[in-house]
Write a protein that binds this ligand. Sequence first.
Ligand code: NDP
Ligand code: HSE
Length: 448
Amino acid sequence: MATIPTVNIGILGLGVVGQGVLKHLNRNRKLLESRLGVKLKVTKIAVRDKSLKREVKVNPKILTEDGFEVVNDPGIQVVCELIGGTTLAKKLTLQALKNGKTVVTANKALLCEHGNQIVRAAKKSNGHIFFEASVAGGIPIIKSIREGLVANRFPRISGILNGTCNYILTRMQAEDKPFEEILKEAKALGYAEAEESLDVDGIDAAHKAGILAYLAHGKWISMKEMLIDGIRKVTTRDMAVADAMGYRIKHIASVECDAKKNSLFVGVYPALIPKTHILGRVDDVYNAVCVSGDVVGTTVHIGRGAGQDATASAVIGDIADAVFSVQGAELMNLIDEENYPLAASSKELRVAKLDEVISSFYLRISVVDQPGVLSQVTAVMAKEKISIARIVQDLDNNGTGKGRGSAVLTLTTHRCSESAIAKAISGLKRLRPVLSQPFLLRIADFND
Ligand code: NDP
Ligand code: HSE
């Protein structure tokens, strides 16, 4: 009888995700091994502090506080990078690839910031890097775009990519609880990043959108080329107003490619989504990605976007691919920017300018409640040729103005450019009766 080969795995990081991977590798080991035709052995795990008590049982002899011991171990074939951050994680990932290891990572920040360098390093060493868990948690969206939907060009990919933001917005809407309290719960559930601003300020979703843009169009878009906004300033009043207008407020990511203009837009922001659209109905920690392909039409992918188990599922899916690659299977490889076939048409893609990015908008403006204010506000909008769709005025009892004698104006616009609305906001800020920075939300306009 032929002996079954063993694949040795090294894990960097044993936090929320690392422990999930270990737990489920152990739990489903027999099933996995029979599906993959190999024995799987975790032989070394790096942590920051070996003395910490863990939720999962782990042999203390395989723990180390030096990640390089893992990536330089000649017996290890597959390295899972689950530390996070971009400094040590980058060094360890590059070293592992240089040493000929196959790398699995859940680290979207690392890929968004250094993806091209990492993909090149993998190619140079004839290795592979897998990163299914880096986008949309347990949803196999990377595999779907790279493999199942490979026949398509992708004019638009949009979705909810941050579980923490979706969890917070859903709970705010349902329970009218303060933002900070819900964020604490999201942390306790293992959804939030160690640095919370990555989630609530839109940075984590931007990292993920950058990865999707690369997969779909072969171009790494830097963070400063994206439009990035978070959810800190969304209030339950905004939610109530949006609800009355037929919308939910969701944090969404959008990757839009205009093949005629050869332009690519990547943005992440809180937006009003029609309640009737599928994205308006995806709640809690769930993510959803709507992928529009020129061949397939629109496909929608939904699942838990954060947390230990969903993420472990994606990482273990990558471990399976890593095992096949270690066994010599020919897998679809990643391509660095220079060698990527032109994505949109015959010319190189460029980043869309803000006057080409068109949307409808929601504006909340806190003003002094006095005669003539409305006409000053509409005059500013008219100057930028922005047509107002609706205006609602409430006396301010929600702490957003300066108390007595103030009011909140909420207006929505017809479609106009990002640059026009930005100029209008500057104009509004200069008006004396305007009490604070106007708050802007985009209104998503899905035609599918
Ligand atoms: P945690 O903070 O829970 O875990 C990080 C782990 O890395 C800890 O075990 C920590 O060790 C270890 N670590 C930190 N610094 C070092 C170091 N210098 N040397 C060795 N080990 C170190 O993070 P998560 O598990 O939540 O996230 C890990 C990665 O997965 C991140 O890139 C994150 O963005 C990504 N991700 C997370 C998801 C989630 O839902 N949490 C979902 C999808 C992706 P120690 O335990 O000793 O402190
Ligand atoms: N903090 C991330 C989120 C983890 O909430 O979506 C999953 O990538």
